[in-house]
Design a protein around this ligand. Structure first.
Ligand code: ATP
Ligand code: MG
Length: 446
């Protein structure tokens, strides 16, 4: 099976060398979890988790370069040729604290005991250095049949750690799996326990659902709505739950696989979250609040809100029925929200065309703002030579000197107006043209 691992040659060689060195020192060691699962699915792997009978101190004594990443959980990071390997001692999690994973664990000496504490059968697979697969819970078969099944009794496993319910949905969404009936039943029984899980952990799972692909987003949202998990989190996310009837059409993807794959190849995480919020008809303000509840980094949340605001601005211009003015409206929006956000907005408009029910309803109608942006928006964006004050041929102090006026709030407004005019091509970006324009309009600012 080693020859089927899709990864950088140095990552594979490093992983092998970690297993060999542990074996030579007299310990058992296996690749485990996501890297084994993804290899069976013929998917590339990005990181390697290793499970071993060696205790953390023993792991640290065997390798030259180690980092005690999660000592109390038994995890040591081993560094080989700039690659990081998480090496964790076989362990069991006997005591769970209020539906969360424990802070203390017990180290054990057998692999099966370690695999037994893992969440789903296909995550409880271990591969040894000779290529032998250890699969005590028929995880490989579940993977082939695309079934998410808890190791052991789902009922007990979800009570031990309620995050596993969200992980079940994440794996079903990302790997196109069905959730096994008893697992689904237990999930519905215990959804209220999700309130004990830190919102950061909830976010990590949602990020994987939303950011992997359009298909995973759609599948994940369906399962999240059906399971009602989103209203059970510590801080409720119920604004993302939409009525089942509307949901079916709004979140259904059209069958244009080629465009979908090309979109998936290019859109960034910010755009994907904004897409989710627009499909759920969540306002920029509510999106900001949802992201705060999910403990997103401030700058990520700000970028998403800004994109939603830009969409709202363009949509309201659309409602005014402005025709023939599309390019100046777009240009002013770029000046206000920035080029990066504008690029994301174009991606968002493209993605909207991949859904059965379009949100930007006029995208097919020639002459409308959204249609024009779909056709010309990217070229107009690329052609824009100036989009920020720093690019303007005059500075605030030039204007202050020219007018012999003391600076005040008027100055910022005036500069912005000059920027709009230069950006839309009304006047050239030269000192004399801008100062002439300042003379012409200054009375409006006095
Ligand atoms: P990814 O591709 O997202 O990294 P992964 O399966 O590697 O997927 P991780 O969160 O990195 O997921 O966890 C590594 C392994 O640890 C899992 O495959 C699983 O065996 C185990 N695991 C992780 N979280 C839990 C949990 N909440 N309960 C039980 N086992 C878990
Ligand atoms: Mg992993």
């Amino acid at each position: 099976m080693w020859d089927q691992i899709q990864a950088d040659a140095s990552l594979i060689a490093g992983a092998k060398s970690v297993l060999v060195q542990l074996n030579e020192a007299g310990f058992e060691a296996y690749l485990v979890g996501g890297c084994v699962r993804d290899t069976i699915l013929h998917k590339p792997i990005h990181d390697v988790d290793i499970t071993t009978s060696a205790l953390p101190a023993e792991v640290m004594s065997i390798f030259d370069h180690t980092i005690p990443t999660g000592l109390q959980h038994g995890t040591i990071t081993v560094v080989i040729d700039d690659n990081l390997f998480e090496v964790t001692t076989f362990r069991e999690e006997s005591e769970y604290e209020q539906y969360r994973r424990p802070t203390e664990v017990a180290f054990i000496q057998n692999l099966d005991g370690d695999l037994q504490r893992r969440d789903f059968t296909f995550n409880a697979l271990a591969l040894d250095v000779k290529g032998k697969l250890h699969d005590p819970f028929q995880g490989q078969s579940d993977l082939m049949h695309r079934i998410v099944r808890c190791v052991g009794e789902a009922d007990a496993r979800f009570q031990e750690d309620a995050l596993r319910m969200l992980r079940a949905i994440r794996f079903a969404a990302c790997y196109d799996c069905k959730i096994d009936e008893p697992t689904w039943h237990a999930l519905q029984m215990h959804r209220d326990k999700l309130q004990f899980i830190a919102m950061e952990r909830v976010r990590t799972e949602l990020e994987k659902i939303v950011e992997k692909s359009l298909l995973s987003l759609v599948r994940g949202m369906k399962l999240l709505v059906r399971s009602e998990l989103l209203s059970c989190t510590k801080s409720s996310l119920s604004e993302l739950v939409i009525d089942d009837d509307i949901f079916q059409s709004r979140i259904e993807l059209a069958s244009d696989t080629v465009s979908r794959e090309s979109w998936d190849g290019s859109a960034d995480a910010i755009t994907r979250w904004a897409l989710l919020f627009t499909r759920c008809e969540v306002s920029p303000g509510t999106a900001g609040s949802l992201m705060q509840r999910l403990k997103f980094a401030n700058h990520t949340a700000a970028n998403i809100v800004q994109l939603l605001q830009m969409v709202e601005r363009v949509e309201s211009a659309q409602q005014l029925g402005v025709q023939g003015l599309v390019r100046p409206i777009w240009t002013r929006a770029i000046v206000d929200y920035g080029k990066v956000t504008a690029g994301r907005m174009l991606d968002l408009l493209k993605a909207d065309q991949l859904f059965v029910l379009r949100r930007f309803k006029d995208s097919e109608q020639e002459g409308t703002l959204i249609h024009e942006l779909n056709v010309h928006g990217a070229a107009w964006l690329a052609a824009l030579e100036i989009s920020q004050l720093a690019d303007l041929a005059v500075r605030g102090q030039d204007i202050v000197k020219h007018l012999k006026k003391s600076p005040g709030p008027w100055l910022g407004n005036l500069l912005k107006q000059m920027l709009y005019r230069v950006a839309t091509g009304e006047i050239p970006n030269t000192r004399s043209a801008i100062l002439d324009e300042v003379n012409r309009v200054i009375h409006e600012y006095e």
